[in-house]
Design a protein around this ligand. Sequence first.
Ligand code: NAD
Ligand code: LMR
Length: 338
Amino acid sequence: QPHHKFAEEKADVDMQQCRAKGAAPGLKVAVLGAAGGIGQPLSLLLKINPLVATLNLYDVVNTPGVTADLSHTNTSTVVRGFGKEHLDAALEGVDLVIIPAGVPRKPGMTRDDLFNINAGIVRTLCEGIARSCPKAVVNIISNPVNSTVPIAAEVFKKAGIYDPKRLLGVTTLDVVRANTFVAEVIGVDPREVSVPVVGGHAGITILPILSQVNPPFTFTKEETEYLTNRIQNGGTEVVEAKAGAGSATLSMAYAAAKFADANLRALRGETGVVECSFVASEVTELPYFASKVRLGRSGIEEIFPLGPLNDFERKGLEKLKGELRSSIEKGVNFIKGK
Ligand code: NAD
Ligand code: LMR
């Protein structure tokens, strides 16, 4: 693949030029599934993030084109492309790995319907992480997140490198949606709104805690039901609107870039960085749960309890546990059963 080779050689030259200019060595990020619907806009957003010094793009198809294209943007981030056979090279020395690889839903499908294809993809990619960058922070986007995060954890345990502080399921899109829909209802700028979303990332396992909205606001029963339902079905709303052409890609890339930026700022030493994420957790009796986490230099530094819930939210919490538990177990068994 001459283009790929060219991109790599050029990146090495660019790195030397960076150093020659005295630029501080920054963070190295890899996107696995970089040529996909999420991967491309996500890579663009990372390319314009000044915290990203090197951006490694890995996919089984089309990386040379995406890499060449992105490499022409005049930001200081160096982009390098890696094809199917070069997973280990793509991951070498990486600080943050973001995984949006895998098939998306079509109308009528649940996220769990993606398990059979995506479970194996996530396993293969996590085996590469265990070999090449076992200390990296890992952000999992591939669905079903409720199962793929446990899959990643089991792969890392098998390889003897598991650190629960460094494995995070990306649920930021649920928060982004919640903030958008709530802002419409209360009539403020969506950038000013913050709604915690806990649980998991599929249907009723997505539980917005509207009673904790910031700025504080008291919703009516109708508003609470409408917002909860819209947030839980936001993914399906996009899948149906795209009518067979895939699921959320642009809003997901936005959310993933926002979450990656939080991880990178924390790795760089910024304090007080808090995001919702699906992580190994003792907040409930389930082994994984999404809630607010504080990020730091070594990944997750603190997992916050859920805080006060109203009756509607308490019922939602009890209702989601069965489905979330079985999705987690399905992921664990996929690796442990082998
Ligand atoms: P897509 O089909 O457009 O892109 C997926 C990319 O993954 C493709 O480029 C494909 O070549 C690549 N790929 C497949 N197997 C691979 C492998 N073994 N190694 C590396 N790359 C591989 O799909 P998309 O719209 O980008 O969605 C990707 C995934 O993200 C889906 O599973 C989707 O359900 C999920 N998703 C999650 C969220 C979330 O909130 N967590 C939101 C949206 C989508
Ligand atoms: C989303 O929430 O948009 C994603 O999980 C993709 C999907 O299948 O809905």
